[in-house]
Design a binder for this molecule. Structure first.
Ligand code: ZN
Ligand code: ZN
Ligand code: FE
Length: 755
């Protein structure tokens, strides 16, 4: 029975994905009225439901255009349509949201202020001229203000603000850009900004001007942003940056900066096409960019680092604060080791000794979210921290998951709440080493479980008996099974999951530390891995880690350890020998020889530490991976020489590399050349090991994961070598290679094992 033109039909359509809070309903309304169709549209717990009625051809066109012309911030995951009986609707309406006890509506990440709103912000004739909370259905806060789903104004922290007649008219007008924009507001009815300083309280524009003046005068100002407080200061002023470092208790760890605009950013860093695209993307992450030598920037911002984390303003407030030419340090408002401050009272309390003044506002942040950090690897985005702008958009899973919660690792903690084909990765929580972070973790889990209506029947966590995230899982399990996943297997599974790979791969899982199945510390692991199991087929030869954390913080101890393990004498003139106090050297030797308080470690991260110290670059680390980062920064990109690891089919021996490297240093070969040859040695070793494993197993896909692969010089060299040999190479593009991506791997492994 064909459809005769002019015949009326009615279709019920459900759309799932990111379709709430992104202007989807007004778009549907506009489309339906444009095509002369009647019916309704609304939000429910799954997404958007639509019924349209009218000319059959027009209904077909409607469905096509629904997909093709969907709003830019929306992401349609699934669209289902069924024919239903014609009921004779007279008009098209937007109907109230339906709540339901099941269903998983996706919550939009927070959206960078759009161009149309910016134009109004800067237009003196507009009623929102200079109003720092301007937004529309295309932009503004989302995840950070959402109390519960479906996403409607009463379910956000905008609930206390009653819209003025003008705002309400926009909100109710389906033809308006602000139709059902939940955070819609104006200076008359919406949130207000002010500055609290020692000179008193300054409202609105006066406060913004005063804050800018303070920063330019060298002060540290706390700024309440989208997902929490930043501490801001002038990045061009040594004194201001040093003051901030002192107060924060942060010695060398790089600060990120916010540059007022792209030309200002370009004056301090080199920006390639992919990097520019990321800087101005809707997600507006911090992008790690190569510093421009001689730029007008304090050396104290990112000492010893070849890269600088740069972001552009992403809220109207930031746009108003920074004027062209301004470059501000913008670092999370916290003391080192603590989660970001996000409530006004809490910030006043916790940041009192850190900030000279506070840019405050009265729109509450419900979900604290840190800035995301990315860099570019071979022309593709490589996440370093996946948070604001990305969370809580789900990662598609390669396997069907029962409702489960994977609690991640210890450093850079995130968790993954999974169900079906969705893996909801949390925002960055922080290092799980104290009670505050554990509380933040618990709160974030509870919020996401409620938001997505997922009640985990299963938990997954790291094998390490000492991780707080693992003990937390045991404590809340309440009879639910807890699946323990080996750390490096989880890394490999995370990069497999991203690429939708379920067949076995050769996985190189290189990082600083992870608990091995034999109770020793792993980190230079080659695993034949699928999503259920992993075989450790090769690894870096273990060396004794003496005194645990002390050696991690002092790379010279690691260098001495590697020399000792390779049978190379500690002669004066070798940088770490000179760097280590005589008494400490004596004790270390005794510890190594008698095996006192040591744990074997096959860590690749620690080998990078050792080499960094041997090359005289970094002997003491004040933040994680500092020695490796400074080593990478010095690599001479023109150098093509290489050292060779030993490899007997299972054990990878760094001894020959260290001997050749010391020989080079003795001969006066420049440090940049030595650093380059070491990086290439690791890449060539990866190629050699993969080649042998391919011969043995026939496998042709290689996964590269673990924190060491944040090093893009190494990752690029390894990829080039592997691709030359015909391998398919998997690197990260959705979750970080570091422990921030661990939970995804745990989730897919647990889901696979219980099937
Ligand atoms: Zn907008
Ligand atoms: Zn208003
Ligand atoms: Fe790791």
């Amino acid at each position: 029975m064909g459809v005769v033109a002019g015949t009326s039909t009615r279709r019920r359509i459900t759309v799932t994905g990111v379709v709430q809070g992104v202007g989807f309903r007004p778009f549907v309304y506009g489309l339906a009225t444009d095509l002369g169709l009647t019916g309704f549209v609304g939000n429910d717990a799954d997404g958007v439901f639509i019924e349209v009625e009218g000319d059959a051809d027009a209904v077909d066109v409607f469905v096509d255009r629904l997909v093709e012309e969907a709003p830019p911030s929306s992401r349609i995951e699934r669209l289902e349509t069924t024919l239903v009986d014609v009921v004779g609707h007279r008009s098209f309406e937007i109907v109230p949201s339906r709540t339901a006890s099941t269903g998983t509506a996706l919550v939009s990440p927070d959206l960078t202020v759009c161009d149309e709103c910016l134009a109004e912000l800067e237009d003196p004739a507009d009623r929102r001229f200079g109003y720092p909370f301007i937004n529309c259905t295309d932009c503004g806060p989302r995840f950070t203000i959402t109390l519960r789903t479906p996403y409607d104004r009463p379910d956000t922290t905008m609930a206390p603000f009653v819209m003025c007649p003008e705002c309400a008219a926009e909100y109710d007008d389906p033809g308006d850009r602000r139709f059902h924009a939940q955070p819609n507001a104006c200076p008359r009815c919406g949130p207000q900004v002010w500055l609290d300083s020692s000179a008193g309280r300054f409202p609105a524009a006066d406060g913004i001007d005063a804050a800018r003046t303070l920063v330019r005068a060298g002060a540290v100002v706390a700024v309440k942003g989208l997902g929490g407080f930043h501490l801001a200061c002038d990045a061009r002023s040594d004194a201001a940056v040093e003051t901030l470092r002192e107060r924060k208790g942060r010695v060398d760890k790089p600060f990120a900066v916010m540059a007022a605009d792209l030309p200002t950013a370009r004056s301090i860093v080199f920006i390639g096409p992919t990097e520019e695209h990321l800087l101005i993307s809707r997600e507006r992450p911090i992008v790690l960019l190569r510093k421009r030598p001689g730029a007008d920037l304090s050396d104290a911002v990112a000492p010893g680092n070849g890269y600088l984390g740069v972001m552009l303003p992403y809220t109207p407030l930031h746009r108003l604060l920074l004027e062209p030419g301004d470059v501000w340090v913008m670092t999370s408002g916290n003391r080192s080791q603590e989660p970001i401050a996000y409530r006004n009272d809490e910030a006043r309390d916790r940041l009192a000794d850190l900030a000279d003044a506070f840019v405050m506002h009265d729109r509450d942040i419900h979900v604290p979210v840190d800035d995301s950090v990315v860099r570019v690897l071979d022309g593709v985005e490589l996440p370093i921290r996946r948070s604001r702008g990305y969370a809580p958009y789900p990662i598609p899973l390669p396997v069907e998951a029962p409702p489960l919660l994977a609690t991640g690792g210890e450093l850079k903690a995130t968790f993954c709440l999974a169900a079906g084909r969705h893996g909801f990765m949390s925002q960055h929580i922080g290092d799980m080493e104290n009670l505050e972070t554990l509380h933040a973790f618990t709160r974030a889990v509870e919020h996401m479980e409620a938001l997505f209506r997922i009640e985990p029947t299963l938990l997954a966590t790291d094998l390490h008996p000492g991780y707080l995230s693992g003990r937390w899982a045991d404590r809340v399990a309440d009879g639910r099974p807890v699946v323990r996943v080996q750390h490096h297997h989880a890394h490999v599974a995370s990069v497999m999951a991203e690429h939708g790979i379920t067949d076995p791969v050769i996985g190189f899982s290189f990082d600083g530390t992870g608990y091995g199945t034999d109770g020793t510390i792993w980190g230079g692991e080659v695993l034949i891995s699928d999503l259920a199991h992993a075989d450790r087929v090769a690894h870096l030869r273990p060396v004794p880690l003496a005194g645990g954390d002390r050696t991690v913080r002092r790379p010279y101890r690691m260098a001495l350890t590697h020399l000792w393990a390779a049978g190379i004498p500690w002669k004066p003139g070798i940088a770490p020998v000179d760097a280590c106090p005589t008494e400490e050297r004596r004790v270390l030797r005794t510890q190594l020889e008698r095996n006192i308080n040591t744990v074997p470690t096959s860590s690749m991260g620690r080998l990078f530490d050792a080499v960094s110290s041997l090359a005289g670059i970094c002997h003491e680390a004040t933040y994680e991976a500092q020695a490796a980062i400074e080593l990478e920064a010095l690599v001479d990109a023109t150098e093509t020489g290489v050292y060779r690891f030993g490899y007997d089919g299972t054990t990878i021996d760094a001894g020959p590399v260290l001997r050749a490297l010391l020989g080079d240093l003795d001969d006066g070969v420049p440090v940049g050349v030595v650093a380059a040859r070491f990086h290439r040695a690791v890449a060539e070793m990866i190629g050699d090991v993969a080649g042998r494993l391919h011969d043995e197993t026939g496998l042709g896909t290689v996964g590269l994961s673990g924190g060491v692969f944040q090093n893009t010089i190494l990752a690029t060299m390894a990829r080039q070598r592997l691709e030359r040999d015909g391998f398919t190479v998997l690197t990260h593009r959705l979750v970080p290679p570091n422990d921030g991506g661990l939970a995804l791997g745990q989730a897919v492994i647990a889901a696979t094992r219980v099937r």
